[in-house]
Design a protein. Structure first.
Lengths: 486, 523
């Protein structure tokens, strides 16, 4: 394959890389142009998304020779493009909502959009990596940007703490992941997913099994699945809210997609070896995410536990190891991105009458009286995250459980769905606080940024029953994306 | 003009939904009017639906099919049973709006929107012909009901709303898994097709239990009934009416629509469970009702007892029993709704549900006492009221299956007379011990307008039940025919050579076999 062909396949990454370097230069000269650079970055993400969609259409139904780039280091298949589109969407929303919030926190600098773009490049590489090395490069590119973003409000002690925690624990997880990779490389003799997949057929030794476990553990950390979830509530709480919204959406999509690809393409012959791990991790995440959230008073921590809980549901799809299960996961991911971004956008509008941002449960008491539209949108996201029909979150749960039932994983499905009722409890608690409790009438005032209201409203409409209209389209594209893995 | 010419079911779903959206943005006075107009319009559509329904026509009428949501088919259609339950919903709805006209003063728009949304979802449950659509409608009702109980409920409303939500959700999620399995096994989510699909017997047991988990909670059956008294007591009057009147019927409808015809063998296998729980429920909850000091709680427990008679009737596998339980459902929907309204009337005046705070109301509130008496009698099952027809039929049907279960279930009527008459005596008769209760004014015209239509319907159903039996007869026969192969033998069959009965026997008849009742012969 020619160099041109290879470069054409990574057009989205190239666009993002060059644009982020250019914007970095601009930021160096004009550090007060944060808002403009943010908008430019959104434009760049749109262009990158466009070329990703273009590549997807060109890739069609997966002639693998056309999608492999750089001799098997990367692939530009439908699965990668789907994940990229989701990542770019989440990143763009995170950029749009950030400027006013960060300005108020005194932390808006022009580097913010650049870092988000660089993270997006890393995530693009993550989701298209078909080699352990590119995987690691992408992962670290994303993580390094994320560490900085977490502590972006550097004068705020909590934000700095969040960044440090994220860095230390993230480095630990990367170490675990690298150790697993080295074991796998040592026992299979290759870093290429397909070569590993071929080498892992039949009986595997304990060394390879350990490698697999370490890799899965490292990735479980990145998607904040239990029992590697401890960092999540702290980082989510400490990081500035727009950054938290970003963390909860884009990197989660990328890491989940990465996990899917490595388990299916590299470890696909050893389903029996990892299936039970995924099942346990999935159930633990669902239950810990649900139970841990119950006592939370800080809404950001609550949403952090909610994201742990949701990752558990997504992993149900992976545990099946079937095309249907993966497609279900992708549907879930897409809906999850909408719901979680919407939830954080609602949080960002909780401006107290004293001008500070509120993020505690008690602050939203009686919100439905003072800010009915905001409360309604928040309630929609909460019910949707809980998976209560007729909201769109229900459809995400339905498809993964459907896949689990089809694959015959009844105990997983039964325990998972029963635990979803525990999860419903704390989502209900948020609705209860907003609708049933009485609060101060002037507790929460109109937010400064009107754009938040519009974006949040649009997302609320998307997860409302209107979202069901997108099911035929969503099913078709996720199935096509999942098919390119098998 | 026949209603089949237009997509009447979709319109009936859309009218309250549009009303709900408008109410959200309207001022209180306007929201009330919008809600009343929307519900009355839906009532008119419902009457049109009923009159256009042809009891001898196709089994499923007014069918609408659209592929909007991929695997979730927008498939609507009704048979006679659905028509009657839809009628019940649209009939009670304007009454609920009327009952909340004065009492709800806070966040009226949201309240009316929740009720109208509830109406859409109730009609949707009874009209859905796609499993997933049914599930969505069935579950979605939790959200507006949660808000209704939680925002406008009584002192302990938050506990009650949580309990209601989580209890019913936990019951239903297993049903969802079962539905997913069924759709995969049968390759379709179309309910009419699934009704004639034979699931393997081993699978039926599990599927039946999963559906049972949901419907038993919704019904509610003992021992998972505990959410009901809490929810009833805390909900505002109209919330209780809709909860007792229609939401509980979803459980019975589910048994009738899914459990029986889809899993006949498993249903037969679990008769003992249904009968056992129902027998306990009848006796236990009746006794509990007897000692209540709270009016709403008493009626809530009586609901559980009445619903137990419904479950006994449903699982008799014969025409009388099933027809009877449908009539009990309709009758209970009207009567318990009316009783909650009656409680609401005096609650609005004195703001207490404590029975001992009232007394001798027949002196200062004669009109009220008369109507309350009628509904009390209907709840007891006095001949001439709707309660009698249903209870008699379902118990007569049950007698063919199990003498013992019938015997114990029948005590429910006696105990029912006990607690209802006791309640009536304490409220309406006796001395006027409480001065404030004695000073309460009689029914105003608004309240009269709410109660009078229900009273008329109760008498109509009691005196000429044929109007309500005619639409359901053929559909019940279809179900009976479907479950015939699994029908239990029954313990009342005569022995071939039993000397004590020989002399009563008609010679030509082959005794010893339970005679399948000719259709409609028993009426």
């Amino acid at each position: 394959m020619s160099m041109n062909h290879d470069l054409a396949l990574i057009a989205p990454e190239l666009t993002l890389s060059f644009a982020s370097l250019a914007l970095l230069l601009l930021a160096a000269w004009r550090s007060d142009w944060g808002r403009l650079i943010s908008l430019l970055a959104v434009g760049v993400l749109v262009i990158a998304g466009w070329s990703a969609a273009d590549l997807w259409i060109a890739a069609g139904d997966g002639d693998s020779a056309l999608t492999v780039a750089f001799g098997g280091l990367l692939t530009a298949d439908g699965f990668a493009q789907f994940a990229k589109l989701l990542v770019y969407f989440a990143a763009a929303i995170s950029l749009l909502i950030a400027p006013t919030f960060l300005e108020k926190a005194g932390a808006m600098r022009a580097e913010y959009p650049v870092l988000v773009l660089l993270a997006a490049v890393g995530m693009g590489i993550m989701v298209s990596a078909t080699d352990l090395l590119t995987l690691y490069v992408g992962l670290e590119l994303n993580s390094l940007a994320a560490y900085v973003l977490a502590s972006f409000a550097r004068t705020d002690g909590r934000s700095a703490e969040a960044g440090l925690k994220y860095f230390v624990l993230g480095a630990l997880a990367s170490g675990i992941l690298l150790y697993g990779m080295s074991l796998i490389y040592g026992f299979t003799g290759s870093t290429d997913f397909h070569a590993i997949g071929n080498a892992m057929s039949g009986e595997i030794g304990i060394g390879l099994l350990l490698g697999l476990i370490f890799v899965l553990s490292g990735l479980a950390f990145k998607i904040s699945a239990a029992p590697f979830h401890m960092w999540t509530p702290d980082v989510y709480e400490g990081a500035p809210t727009p950054v938290t919204a970003f963390f909860a959406s884009a990197p989660k999509v990328a890491a989940t997609a990465l996990l899917i690809r490595i388990t299916i393409e590299a470890f696909g012959n050893q389903i029996a070896a990892w299936q039970q791990i995924i099942i346990v991790v999935s159930l633990m995440s669902i239950i810990i995410g649900a139970v841990g959230a119950i006592g939370q008073q800080n809404l950001k921590r609550l949403l952090a536990y909610s994201s742990i809980n949701n990752v558990g549901f997504m992993l149900i799809g992976l545990a099946t190891g079937t095309e249907q299960g993966i497609a279900g996961m992708l549907v879930y991911l897409a809906i999850y991105v909408l719901m979680t971004l919407g939830g954080f956008i609602c949080l960002m509008q909780l401006k107290g009458s004293d001008g500070t941002m509120k993020e505690n449960m008690s602050d939203i008491a009686g919100l439905s009286k003072t800010r009915p539209a905001l409360a309604a949108a928040f309630a929609v996201f909460m019910f949707s995250l809980a998976g209560i029909p007729p909201l769109f979150g229900f459809w995400g749960k339905l498809v993964v459980f459907n896949a689990a039932v089809a694959a015959g994983l009844f105990p997983l499905a039964v325990i998972g769905i029963a635990a979803s009722v525990i999860g419903a409890f704390y989502y209900l608690k948020v609705v209860k606080t907003m609708y049933f409790d009485d609060g101060d009438d002037d507790m929460i005032v109109e937010a400064d940024d009107k754009a938040l209201g519009w974006i949040g409203g649009a997302l609320a409409l998307a997860v409302s029953p209107l979202g069901y209209l997108s099911i035929p389209f969503l099913s078709a594209v996720t199935l096509q994306a999942a098919r390119s893995l098998f | 003009m026949n209603a089949a010419e237009i997509p009447i079911l979709s319109i009936m779903l859309a009218v309250p939904l549009v009303g709900a959206l408008l109410c959200l943005f309207a001022r209180a006075e306007i929201a009330r009017v919008i809600a009343l107009v929307a519900t009355l319009f839906d009532l008119l559509l419902g009457i049109w639906l009923w009159t256009s329904y042809d009891p001898s026509g196709a089994q499923w009428q007014f069918v609408e099919i659209a592929q909007l949501f991929g695997p979730i088919g927008w498939k609507l259609g009704v048979d006679g049973i659905s028509v009657m339950l839809i009628m019940l919903s649209v009939f009670l709805m304007p009454i609920c709006i009327g009952a909340s006209w004065r009492t709800i003063t806070e966040r009226v728009g949201l309240y009316m929107a929740a009720f109208l949304l509830m109406e859409t979802l109730m009609i949707g449950v009874f009209a859905a012909q796609d499993l997933l659509l049914f599930y969505i409608m069935f579950e979605a009702g939790l959200i507006p009901m949660y808000l209704i109980i939680g925002i406008w409920g009584g002192a302990n409303r938050i506990y009650a709303s949580y309990k209601f939500f989580l209890y019913t959700l936990l019951g239903s999620v297993f049903m969802l898994l079962a539905m997913l399995w069924m759709i995969q096994q049968a390759g379709t989510a179309d309910i009419p097709t699934l009704l004639n699909h034979d699931f393997p017997k081993e699978a039926q047991t599990i599927l039946w239990l999963a559906f049972f988990a949901s419907f038993a909670v919704k019904m509610p059956m003992w021992p998972v009934h505990t959410w009901l008294p809490d929810a009833h007591v805390q909900a505002p009057t109209a919330g209780s009416v809709i909860l007792a009147g229609v939401l509980l019927k979803m459980g019975g409808y589910g048994f009738l629509r899914f459990s029986l015809p889809m899993f006949p063998e498993a249903s037969a296998q679990f008769i003992w469970l249904i009968f056992g729980l129902s027998m306990v429920a009848v006796v236990y909850t009746s006794l509990v009702a007897l000692v209540q000091n709270d009016m709403k709680k008493l009626i809530a427990y009586s609901s559980v007892a009445h619903m137990a008679i419904v479950t006994v009737g449903l699982f008799t596998f014969n025409q009388q029993g099933i027809e009877g339980s449908i009539i009990v459902m309709l009758s209970h929907g009207l009567v318990s709704g009316a009783l909650f309204l009656c409680v609401g009337v005096i609650y609005d005046r004195l703001h207490t549900r404590e029975i001992s705070r009232y007394g001798g109301l027949s002196i200062n509130m004669p009109k009220y006492a008369l109507l309350f008496m009628l509904f009390t009698m209907a709840s007891v099952g006095l001949p001439g009221t709707s309660g009698f027809v249903g209870e008699f039929l379902s118990l007569a049907g049950a007698y063919k299956v199990s003498t013992w279960a019938t015997l114990i279930a029948t005590t429910g009527i006696i105990l029912g007379a006990g607690y209802m008459l006791y309640l009536y005596r304490r409220i309406a008769f006796g001395d006027q011990v409480n001065a404030d209760a004695a000073a309460m004014p009689d029914l105003e015209s608004r309240e009269l307008w709410l109660l009078a239509p229900i009273a008329a319907a109760v008498l109509w159903m009691g005196i000429y039940p044929e109007s309500f039996l005619a639409p359901i007869r053929r559909d019940v026969a279809t179900i009976v025919h479907r479950v015939e192969r699994a029908a239990p033998a029954g313990d009342t069959a005569l022995k071939e050579h039993d000397k004590t009965t020989a002399k009563y026997r008609v010679k030509a008849q082959h005794g010893g076999h339970e005679e399948k009742p000719a259709e409609g012969a028993q009426h």
